[in-house]
Design a protein around this ligand. Structure first.
Ligand SMILES: [Cu+2]
Length: 603
């Protein structure tokens, strides 16, 4: 029987085994169900723009597992992983260039990093840019982009669903992808129709951000090209004369064209692990299996891109019912679009899990799940407060009032943690209420640098931070201050007692006719998008009926406006005539965002 290409096509290293780091493929192991290809992930021949970034120092080698009998996906197609999606025949990973960087680091408008590293020499979408001083030199794959003489391109790799990857040329010439640039001028709606919430829009189309800058600038148009939405097709090839499904390197006019190799999902079955939720709350489901915790956020299909807020797409807080155990974790998304993490619960007992996330097109949400960990109750580990950290207890805390919690932070080597000097989680006795707050002081990280994880903090660490909160009822509360000192993340517990609310005489404000009314609610601004006529003065009437955590100030940065909004009050903001355009407004900590559209909405 003819040996399968998946076991024979690999470029083997020429160097002996005693050499520590060897280029190309070291070993190929063929088992009944899969082929395991081992390499150090690099080759001497540069691949060019589609090369993967150098392996992190911790990676000593790769073992790529490729199914020998790929099957078309039965149900939903698995999303390709956010790092490697396959392997080239020389043992170099096929890298996912579509998820590593996004506009403002929000994980909503993703840069096409292939085009971003090219000045237009090798890609259709590449452009000369002032900040692109060293465009990536063309390599092996760019050289494949020119088809001649009806010669079929070589097999260049395998995707992890088992289907082969070819260069762009077939006996009928180069194959074109079915992805086309969208006809848009603003970036407020994703190709799947998701309307971005205020603050989630990408930059308008411009010379700085031309169409093709972002992955979301493309839409799949059935029939527009020879390749399907996975960027492949079924056809006969030199290695598979009977025909096979295969992915192709897409080109246009001899240049690499989006999505280049694999698009967003696999054609074939891939690592599908059935998700069996044990609890569902709203659009979120939870599955607990041993120490693995998996969440699925369906709207209606699983959401893969949650907005990066404080540098992470999903914040999971786990708190024991007796308020003794606390954990703050960051589940990551897998190819099925399930968010997973592991946590070994320290003691038997009841726990509440809070999943804090911001979906595309929506406002921040916190979904809760209760879990009972079976077993005989045990005593909690004693938590300690490090020297140098204090909570200012000089002022009483009263229920229902805007409260400031002020902490002294005399810790060695204080560093930003998740883009802030501190995070505070506050929970009422019996898990009655939950607040996730951040310092009012300016963020240590420039918003434009939010996506760069190893950047310098803006200025020296503060000696004090304060967070604003409204504690809804009287009683005992537990809070955890999280901060990072010399590389270690600390969770410092405090207990506070909140006294009963003072009777207040409601302040009634006369709202002038024609004023634009906005409610500040726990779900954010309602409505979050308001329109006003151009060239006319108008009044915004903001009412804060409930006590959302972030809502005690309103800022309109473009107009230098920042106003306090007391609980239960309505404030009037008179705005001068304004030309057509959009003004963003938000609450003090930026968690609630709104957009004031002057004149008609475009697109
Ligand atoms: Cu977090």
């Amino acid at each position: 029987m003819l040996a399968q290409p998946v076991s024979t096509v690999w470029i083997r290293t020429q160097l002996p085994a005693n050499v520590s780091r060897r280029p190309d493929v070291h070993a190929v192991e063929v088992t009944e169900r899969e082929v395991v290809v081992r390499s150090h992930g690099f080759s001497l021949a540069p691949l060019g723009l589609l090369a993967s970034p150098p392996a992190p120092p911790a990676v000593t080698g790769y073992a790529f597992r490729i199914p020998r009998q790929p099957q078309p996906a039965a149900g939903r197609h698995a999303h390709v992983p956010s790092d490697a999606t396959g392997v080239f025949v020389n043992g170099v990973p096929v890298y996912n260039h579509f998820e590593a960087a996004s506009y403002r680091g929000q994980n909503l408008w993703h840069y096409d990093l292939v085009a971003r590293n090219d000045d237009g020499t090798s890609t259709v979408a590449g452009r000369k840019r002032a900040d692109l001083t060293h465009p990536t030199a063309p390599g092996l794959l760019e050289r494949l982009a020119v088809c001649a003489g009806g010669k079929h391109s070589p097999l260049i790799g395998f995707a992890f669903d088992g289907y082969p990857i070819y260069g762009p040329c077939t006996t009928q010439g180069p194959v074109r992808s079915g992805y086309r640039l969208r006809d848009i001028t603003v970036r407020e709606v994703w190709p799947d129709g998701t309307v971005m919430a205020p603050g989630q829009a990408g930059p308008p189309v411009s010379d700085e951000y031309p169409l093709g800058t972002f992955v979301e600038d493309y839409v799949y148009v059935a029939g527009a090209g020879a390749l399907d939405r996975y960027n492949g097709r079924f056809a006969a090839t030199p290695e598979y004369p009977q025909g096979t499904y295969a992915y192709y390197l897409s080109t246009e006019g001899g240049k690499l064209a989006f999505p280049y190799l694999l698009a967003h999902e696999y054609q074939g079955e891939y690592a599908s692990e059935t998700f069996r939720p044990s609890a569902t709350a709203g659009i979120v489901s939870l599955e607990k299996k041993n120490d693995s915790l998996r969440f699925q956020i369906d709207s209606p299909t699983p959401i893969r891109y949650l907005e990066f807020v404080h540098e992470r797409p999903l914040h999971l807080l786990i708190i024991s019912e007796d308020l003794q155990d606390f954990a703050h974790l960051h589940p990551e998304v897998n190819p099925q679009g399930t968010w997973e993490t592991t946590y070994s619960f320290p003691r038997p007992g009841r726990y509440r899990l809070y999943a804090d996330f911001t979906p595309p097109g929506g406002a921040q949400r916190v979904t809760q799940f209760d879990l009972l960990i079976p077993g005989k109750p045990t005593r909690p580990a004693k938590a300690s407060i490090p020297a140098g950290v204090e909570l200012d207890r000089t002022r009483p805390w009263r229920a229902g009032e805007d409260t400031q919690l002020r902490f002294t932070l005399n810790l060695p080597g204080l560093e930003p943690y998740l883009g802030a000097w501190a995070h505070v989680v506050i929970v009422g006795e019996g898990l009655s209420s939950f607040l996730h707050a951040h310092p009012l002081e300016a963020s240590p990280i420039a918003p434009s640098e939010a996506h760069i994880h190893t950047r310098e903090a803006l200025g020296p660490p503060p000696r004090e931070v304060s967070v604003a909160a409204v504690l809804p009822r009287a009683g005992r509360y537990k809070l955890w201050l999280q901060t990072q000192s010399a590389g270690t993340v600390l969770a410092i517990p405090f207990e506070i007692e909140v006294s009963a609310a003072q009777a207040k005489t409601p302040v009634s404000t006369v709202i002038p006719p024609g004023a634009i009314r906005v409610q500040v609610t726990p779900e954010g601004f309602v409505p979050a998008r308001v329109t006003a006529p151009p060239g006319k003065a108008f009044t915004l009437a903001l009412t804060r009926s409930s006590a959302p955590n972030c809502g005690n100030t309103i800022v309109i940065p473009a107009l230098g406006i920042s106003r306090d909004l007391p609980l239960g009050a309505t404030i009037l903001i008179e705005l001068p005539p304004h030309a057509q355009g959009a003004l963003s407004f938000s609450c003090g900590m930026g968690m609630y965002r709104g957009s004031l559209v002057i004149g008609s909405e475009k697109n």
